[in-house]
Design a binder for this molecule. Structure first.
Ligand SMILES: O=c1nc2n(C[C@H](O)[C@H](O)[C@H](O)CO)c3cc(O)ccc3cc-2c(=O)[nH]1
Ligand SMILES: C[C@H]1O[C@@H](n2cnc3c(N)ncnc32)[C@H](O)[C@@H]1O
Ligand code: MET
Ligand code: SF4
Length: 399
């Protein structure tokens, strides 16, 4: 096999060419991707169904040892009331989510802040936690026990030991690959100063999650300075990991949106056609059974709901089958300037494209059906929320 051909036979050059499709070629690409999505939904036993996860967002800590140039989430101790949220604050958000019909508690946080910030280490030590991951475990266990919401853990790079510790308190976890580009870690690149964004480290962590049999969410961030070829390599790498371990339940294709207070504030947002082509290529490369997700709140010009609706329709044409977590309670703390569309609006746009919008759990139906994916300690919590299809049954508050 030639160097440029990966193990599953996708040629990096061919995939790169697909990513540059425009005009009639882009229309063809989208049509192929849409057919593949329909085949995927048929394969999963839910034809015509596009999903979302009703969630609350729990930003357990906004301190981080990394310095991604696009990120507005990470900050310094002086700008925060405390290094971490207290357990009662976490539970208050989860309880409100339960009342509003949410089934997911998304824990998204900075990577290993205690390695950089004294305030983080002190906060943890004062409460008897040995690390951020140790506190994530405690907070997820409390949410599960007190509210029934299912934790989806997105704490950055996890070691095999950490995956093992977290598995009993969460039916699913995730971490974006972002990109396989090593250039981004060099001076001037978006990942310079972010040791956890080293591509080899991230690929290893995703493989480790597969070996630990954790239903896993990953994806790529489009428009952070990577080339089309990098993007092709990134998506091929994810398809390969999916084939090897079977743990990739969903691949997120997320478009970079410049934030005012970040190093990349002056960079243009990802061009939408460029992004949509990446969504379609992700769909064509992933094995059947892998969901392709794009967030609805990063579509369209800020504040222009007609434009957002147009972009969302384009994402459905490009083969997505899921909108990710959408919250009636909390903002998207990663993209705080971008509010969630209302669920009625999202259902309308989804219906206009010919699909039914349905809520799902953090862990997809096939991982509930197949043995060995969900830890016995958390399986009853999943079963309580799931309907016969493995999607959301009754809202938590109604139980
Ligand atoms: O609201 C957000 N949710 C994000 N999610 C959550 C996602 O929308 C859902 O929680 C998952 O689909 C699980 O249901 C992520 C989850 C991951 O595992 C990895 C990355 C992300 C990124 C975001 C994000 O930027 N904003
Ligand atoms: C949680 C995930 O959010 C994504 N993320 C972080 N910052 C931005 C941004 N400015 N625009 C879009 N996505 C972003 C990264 O992919 C990260 O892994
Ligand atoms: C706001 S990013 C949240 C998760 C983690 N810090 C990562 O980048 O992977
Ligand atoms: S994107 Fe994640 S890892 Fe990077 S600085 Fe922000 S919180 Fe830290």
């Amino acid at each position: 096999m030639a160097d440029h051909t990966n193990s599953t036979g996708s040629d990096v050059g061919d995939v790169t060419a697909l990513l540059s499709a425009r005009g009639a070629d882009l229309d063809d690409l989208l049509a192929r991707a849409a057919r593949r999505r329909d085949e995927h939904l048929e394969h999963e036993g839910r034809p015509g169904v596009v999903t979302y996860s009703p969630k609350v967002f729990i930003p357990l800590t906004r301190l981080c040892r990394d310095r991604c140039h696009y990120c507005t989430f990470a900050t310094v101790p002086g700008r925060l009331p405390a290094a971490y949220m207290e357990l009662d604050e976490v539970l208050a958000i989860a309880r409100e989510g339960a009342e509003q019909g949410c089934t997911e508690a998304l824990f998204t946080l900075g990577d290993r802040p205690e390695a950089r910030w004294r305030a983080a280490g002190e906060w943890l030590a004062a409460r008897g936690y040995s690390s951020t991951i140790d506190y994530v475990r405690a907070a997820a266990a409390a949410v599960l026990a007190e509210t029934g919401l299912l934790p989806h853990l997105n704490p950055g790079v996890m070691t095999p030991d950490e995956l093992a510790v977290l598995r009993p308190v969460a039916p699913s976890m995730g971490m974006m690959l972002e990109s396989t580009s090593t250039l981004l870690v060099e001076p001037g690149g978006a990942h310079h100063g972010s040791p956890d964004k080293e591509p080899a480290v991230r690929l290893q962590a995703i493989a480790d999650a597969g070996r630990a049999r954790v239903p896993f969410t990953t994806g790529v961030l489009v428009g952070i300075g990577e080339t089309r070829r990098d993007r092709a390599e990134s998506l091929i790498a994810l398809a390969d990991l999916s084939r090897e371990y079977g743990h990739l339940q969903e691949v997120i294709v997320q478009n970079f949106r410049a934030k005012p207070d970040t190093a990349m504030r002056g960079e243009p947002d990802a061009e939408f056609d460029e992004f949509v082509a990446a969504v379609a290529v992700a769909r064509l490369l992933m094995p059947l059974g892998v969901t392709v997700q794009a967030p609805p709140n990063l579509a369209g010009e800020l504040g222009d709901s007609a434009d957002a609706a147009e972009d969302q329709a384009l994402l459905l044409r490009a083969g997505i089958d899921d909108w990710g977590g959408v919250s009636p309670v909390t903002p998207d703390h990663v993209n705080p300037e971008r509010p969630w569309p209302g669920l009625d609006e999202l259902a309308r746009i989804t219906a206009k494209a010919g699909f039914t919008l349905r809520p799902r759990l953090t862990v997809y139906p096939r991982y509930q059906r197949d043995a060995g994916w969900i830890d016995p300690a958390v399986a009853p919590s999943v079963a309580t929320l799931a309907d016969a299809d493995g999607l959301v049954g009754m809202p938590v508050a109604a139980r």
